[in-house]
Ligand binder design. Structure first.
Ligand SMILES: Cc1cc2nc3c(=O)[nH]c(=O)nc-3n(C[C@H](O)[C@H](O)[C@H](O)COP(=O)(O)OP(=O)(O)OC[C@H]3O[C@@H](n4cnc5c(N)ncnc54)[C@H](O)[C@@H]3O)c2cc1C
Ligand code: SF4
Ligand code: SF4
Length: 429
């Protein structure tokens, strides 16, 4: 029996692997336990024969999320440097952008969909891995390899649940497609980067989105029933920078619910254990990342609103450049100081009594904070720092000995900034 000598991107050395792993490995049977057990984010890798690489690839096994910073020099040519990149990741440019003629039915202005279409139409790729929805259930993700503009358009809009994007990898090989754009969130991208050398592709582009506080499909019902007055007609929703959740409904109207009017403690179990253990909000290993939280709230619908763009490397720049004529672009902004606000949010959540504000008071508080609180990239920093500390506490409490290996150095450095007086360490026990 022969052996395939394959470069292991995480160890930087050549490892021996039996060359028949594709036929020998068995994808997880429906209903069975996944290797990362309760921490599995159902990224889809283990639904394919790439499960053979799960130990090196899974964002929740072995070195876990710390793999991000091990892979960054391989993907981007360098590691993160300084306080800004410890939050936002390696980048070469950052801006706000929106599609001048927004795509109807997209989550925001359809920047992700437009970038994907431009990649296909310019013949840089033969296929795009993206997420359509189940015809019976608009929130149920259905990953596909799109090879036409229509197929890409059918993937517009966020399906706000864990999505097995990587389950199409087995099909990819049999499809014969060699130049691929992958759209996805951090945990999926980490696993993808770890098996990239086995995909036998001529070109791989990665277009990421920010992602935080995701959950299982079943939990979404609970969240919508608690938060919206008309849960059955919600199409899309976002936790916006004006401290309110904006629910877009099927009839086109937008419902706004202040964060402070939600019973946060009742909704804790809506967020999956994987997402409480996640330290890759900013999708550090994508070539180009799209999100929204670093853009000051513009008081317009999200379908008209600027989005945040982080270009991490020349591939990301090439993707962005070809769409430039169709975009309105402006520089990033940053005002205020989020430091005290971060710790207030952490401490309030720690001692939460599930107190909520009536909606009218919640709206007043949301208005005041939007005017006086951190804005632009400082709001993004607030959100990153708060989620980093909250997840650090969760992992330290629940993962115990494995925690130190799992948490990336950049996240530990953020925690250290807030832990000078030992307040965070005291909270662990
Ligand atoms: C699960 C999830 C959580 C997010 N959370 C945040 C956040 O907290 N803060 C923030 O700033 N931004 C977040 N984003 C990014 C933001 O919501 C928008 O996706 C982004 O701004 C792109 O908008 P758009 O109009 O360009 O997207 P569209 O053009 O509508 O395209 C949406 C794309 O998202 C992909 N997609 C849909 N559902 C999923 C899924 N479940 N998993 C992976 N990919 C999917 C589709 O393939 C499609 O390509 C999140 C995105 C996702 C997918
Ligand atoms: S997160 Fe992905 S790689 Fe890890 S166990 Fe789950 S399906 Fe497998
Ligand atoms: S929050 Fe993290 S673990 Fe959860 S789906 Fe998003 S990227 Fe994956």
């Amino acid at each position: 029996m022969g052996h395939d000598l394959t470069a292991d991107p995480l160890r930087g050395k050549t490892m021996k692997k039996s060359d028949n792993w594709r036929t020998k490995s068995k994808p997880i049977a429906p209903g069975s336990v996944y290797p990362a057990k309760e921490y599995c984010s159902h990224c889809g890798l283990c639904d394919t024969y790439y499960i053979a690489h799960v130990k090196q690839a899974c964002a929740f096994l072995g070195d876990g999320m710390a793999k991000v910073e091990k892979l960054e020099p391989i993907v981007h040519g360098r590691k993160r440097g300084g306080e800004f990149e410890s939050r936002f990741g390696v980048y070469q440019a950052m801006c706000y952008a929106k599609v001048k003629a927004p795509i109807k039915g997209a989550q925001w202005t359809g920047l992700v969909t437009s970038l994907a279409i431009a990649m296909l139409e310019s013949d840089r790729v033969d296929g795009v891995i993206c997420v359509q929805n189940d015809p019976e259930d608009r929130f149920q993700p259905k990953p596909v390899i799109a090879t036409t503009v229509d197929d890409i358009l059918r993937a517009k809009g966020v399906k706000p649940t864990l999505s097995p994007n990587l389950n199409v990898l087995a099909l990819l090989e049999s499809s014969g497609l060699k130049r691929i754009l992958f759209c996805g969130v951090g945990c999926q991208v980490q696993a993808l980067r770890s098996v990239e050398s086995h995909l036998n592709l001529d070109a791989l582009y990665v277009l990421g989105t920010h992602c935080v506080d995701n959950g299982k499909r079943q939990g979404l019902e609970k969240f919508l029933n608690t938060a919206s007055e008309n849960p059955d007609t919600v199409l899309h929703y976002e936790f916006m920078q004006d401290y309110q959740i904006h629910f877009k409904h099927l009839d086109g109207h937008t419902e706004k619910v202040p964060y402070f009017s939600l019973p946060a403690k009742d909704l804790n179990d809506v967020i999956a254990p994987s997402c409480y253990s996640c330290f890759d909000y900013m999708n550090g290993l994508a070539d180009l990342v799209v999100g929204y939280m670093g853009v000051p709230y513009g008081n317009v619908a999200m379908t008209q609103h600027y989005q945040q763009v982080t270009i991490r490397n020349p591939k990301g720049q090439a993707m962005f450049d070809q769409l430039k004529p169709k975009l309105s672009i402006r520089p990033t902004e940053r005002t205020g100081n989020c430091t005290n606000f971060v710790m207030q949010t952490v401490l309030q959540e720690e001692r939460s009594t599930n107190a909520t504000l009536p909606k009218f008071l919640g709206k007043i508080l949301a208005f005041v904070l939007t005017q006086l609180g951190p804005r632009g990239l400082e709001f993004a920093k607030y959100s990153i720092d708060y989620h980093t500390i909250r997840n650090y506490l969760y992992v330290k409490r629940n993962w115990q000995k494995k925690a130190d290996r799992h948490i990336p150095g950049y996240s530990k450095s953020i925690v250290d900034e807030y832990d000078k007086d030992g307040k965070i360490s005291d909270l662990i026990n």
